[in-house]
Write a protein that binds this ligand. Structure first.
Ligand SMILES: [Ca+2]
Length: 422
């Protein structure tokens, strides 16, 4: 095996701060909703000017390989959000300990707590120092190893360095100090990515934004030699402060950074390994115009998702540096910034019987939630349904427990269990 060990990784650059609009939130109380709506469909290569009632207005839906409209499913799913707690402090992620069965909640301020069956949040199991000057900093994501021995965390340190660390877990309790796996300095405060996933083979995927500011001033998205603007794939060596490069990574022998699995991303805040369908879903947050859902084969690698030459399906402004992958991989679905939409919160495909057909995602600003027919993705032909308004305000994450049950977390501190049905 030709994998090689890498020491802690570094990048460079400059400063400046750019904020993300934080939108108003007026909780209207418990409002679990069930309703059916009309889908919009993937497979139309131009802006849709005739969206049907109940579908997102001015939504753009596209497939680069198809020019015909998809045949929508006859029926939208119903959505139910069952409240678990309203008391989390800016929750950003949820995982289930495979050994103890505990649900753990990551809070952006740097704490990890248990969420009990009764909705009670425990005292912190883990506390860490993080930067919290702006909304995209802090503790941003976490994932357990499949055996439950290690919890991997993704944070922005007070010195504005992204740090990936592992915590050793024994019987539901962290033991000893965390060990640093990887560090990457962040040139700006925003676009820190934050999502993480681990596959059954123990490979860790980490989403990195383009480094921040606006418009990718250093063209990091198109530069696969930097880990910024990329999805990384590494094999952590637990407790050894290092990692291996999988031998089948696309740039293991150059010209890109060997950690890079895909690039051309702006801020892949949330992505999802769909091992049931062998799909990788990446929701990439847009700049001014479009939010995008990407879905590609799990086995494909070295793909260039286009930023900052393209924002969604629209030309942006950065030149394409002609090396690495020459062709852009376009999103399977985009939506624009009409009606207060501003930032996609990428989702999950639950595996419970009622929800297993649907990729759930939402918009942080408008608090809308959509369901895309996941099984139709392999045909490039996936209807997208707007789901009825719920009590969820400013959704920041969707997550699955060990049984594949879906959850939604919002900025107000609300965490709910999601059930879809037909
Ligand atoms: Ca893109």
């Amino acid at each position: 095996m030709s994998s090689s060990r890498r020491s802690v990784w570094l990048c460079t650059l400059a400063l400046i701060a750019a904020g993300v609009a934080s939108c108003g939130s007026d909780d209207d109380g418990l409002n679990d909703a069930d309703a059916a709506s009309t889908p919009s469909s993937v497979g139309v290569a131009t802006r849709s000017s005739d969206t049907q009632p109940g579908s997102p207005q001015n939504t753009i839906a596209a497939s680069p390989t198809s020019t015909s409209s998809a045949e929508p499913l006859a029926e939208a799913p119903s959505l139910r959000v069952t409240p678990l707690t309203q008391a989390a402090d800016d929750p950003v992620d949820l995982v289930q300990d495979p050994v103890s069965g505990d649900l753990l909640i990551a809070e952006r301020s740097g704490t990890i707590r248990r969420l009990g069956q009764d909705g009670e949040l425990s005292d912190p199991l883990i506390e860490m120092a993080v930067a919290t000057d702006m909304i995209e900093q802090g503790l941003l994501g976490m994932v357990f190893s499949p055996d439950g021995d290690y919890l991997y965390t993704n944070r922005v340190n007070p010195d504005q360095v992204t740090a990936i660390k592992d915590y050793h877990f024994v019987d539901g309790v962290p033991v000893g100090d965390p060990i640093r796996i990887l560090e990457v300095p962040q040139p700006y405060e925003n676009h820190n990515g934050g999502g993480m996933a681990m596959d059954e083979a123990g490979l860790l995927y980490i989403g990195f934004g383009d480094g921040g500011s606006g418009g990718d001033p250093h063209n990091n998205g198109q530069d696969a030699q930097t880990v910024l603007g990329s999805l990384l794939r590494i094999r952590p060596i637990p407790r050894e402060a290092t990692y291996e490069i999988p031998a089948d990574n696309p740039f293991v022998d150059g010209p890109g950074a060997p950690e890079v699995w895909h690039f051309g991303l702006r801020n892949p805040w949330r992505f999802f390994l769909d091992q049931e369908r062998d799909l990788l879903w990446i929701a990439d947050v847009g700049q001014n115009v479009e939010e995008e859902v990407n879905a590609v084969d799990l086995s494909s690698s070295g793909l260039n998702f286009g930023w900052a030459v393209k924002e969604g399906l629209t030309e942006y402004e950065r030149p394409h540096t002609p090396w690495g992958a020459a062709d852009f991989t376009d999103p399977v679905y985009v939506y624009d910034h009409e009606d207060g939409r501003c930032s996609i919160t990428g989702g999950v495909v639950a595996t419970d019987d009622a929800s297993q057909d649907w990729y759930l995602f939402g918009d942080y600003c408008s608090s809308e939630i959509w369901a895309m027919n996941a099984d139709a993705m392999s045909d490039g032909d996936a209807p997208v349904y707007p789901l009825p308004q719920t009590r969820v305000r400013n959704p920041v994450a969707f997550a699955l427990d060990g049984d594949g049950q879906a959850y939604v977390l919002d900025q107000s501190g609300f965490i709910g269990r999601i059930t879809l049905s037909r």
